[in-house]
Write a protein that binds this ligand. Structure first.
Ligand code: TMP
Length: 219
């Protein structure tokens, strides 16, 4: 399998503006003549959407972190085999709103009582193999600001996707620190971007990083 497209993932806590920034980057790449698709986890496929409903709605304690990790990985495996890898094989770029780093941040770093990290490493190996994103952008934001934004957005939803938001501030502070720790450990893959700014300047920062990373011209 030759994957000639590029795989870019957007990561971060709640309400950091990932989906808006992903859409803007997709438009930018399209303008440059680079074919690309926008996708997300959980819920990048039909089955994934069903898993998403189970994972992000309802009572926060309806399942534990191990069960969550297994379900996020089921979603991820289907997402990879049915959507991400086929697109990359065709030479399209894939922009994903979250990927495996979210499982480490949420299911491992978020909780005070951590599940074995080996379990997540094994799930990665089984489901994803050696494959990794070419670039992971972490949109970093104080969770107090992000959670407030996210809860405001959810107030208009019929089915509220706030299962993780309801875990409280400490959980979200832990996972933010987790993302930053992961970025430090793998500086060639991650770029941390301060998301406490307006939409346009955040977009410009992202464009700058992508241009540089993939050698795209600046016009
Ligand atoms: P979002 O698409 O609005 O960010 O919602 C997805 C939610 O699922 C968000 O609260 C983060 C959470 N999540 C995990 O806990 N683990 C994962 O592996 C992924 C992909 C998402």
């Amino acid at each position: 399998m030759t994957l000639s497209g590029k795989f870019i993932t957007f990561e971060g806590g709640e309400g950091t503006g990932k989906s808006t920034q992903l859409r803007l980057l997709s438009e930018y790449l399209t303008q440059k003549g680079i074919e690309n698709i926008q996708t997300k986890e959980p819920g990048g496929t039909e089955i994934g959407l069903e898993l998403r409903r189970i994972l992000v709605t309802g009572d926060k304690d309806k399942m534990d972190a191990v069960a969550e990790a297994l379900m996020y990985y089921a979603d991820r495996r289907i997402h990879l085999t049915k959507k991400i890898w086929p697109a990359l094989e065709k030479g399209e770029w894939v922009l994903s709103d979250r990927f495996a780093d979210s499982t480490v941040a949420y299911q491992y770093y978020g909780y005070e009582k951590r599940i074995p990290k080996d379990l997540l490493d094994d799930l990665y190996k089984i489901s994803v193999g050696d494959f990794k994103p070419d670039l992971t952008l972490i949109l970093d934001l104080d969770p107090e600001i992000g959670l407030a934004r996210s809860m405001k957005k959810a107030s208009g939803m019929v089915q509220k996707e706030t299962r993780h938001e309801s875990r409280g501030l400490k959980f979200h502070q832990n996972l933010r620190a987790g993302f930053l720790e992961m970025a430090k450990a793998e500086p060639h893959r991650f770029v941390v971007i301060n998301a406490d700014t307006d939409i346009n300047s955040l977009h410009s920062q992202i464009v700058e990083v992508v241009n540089e990373r993939f050698g795209l011209s600046h016009e």
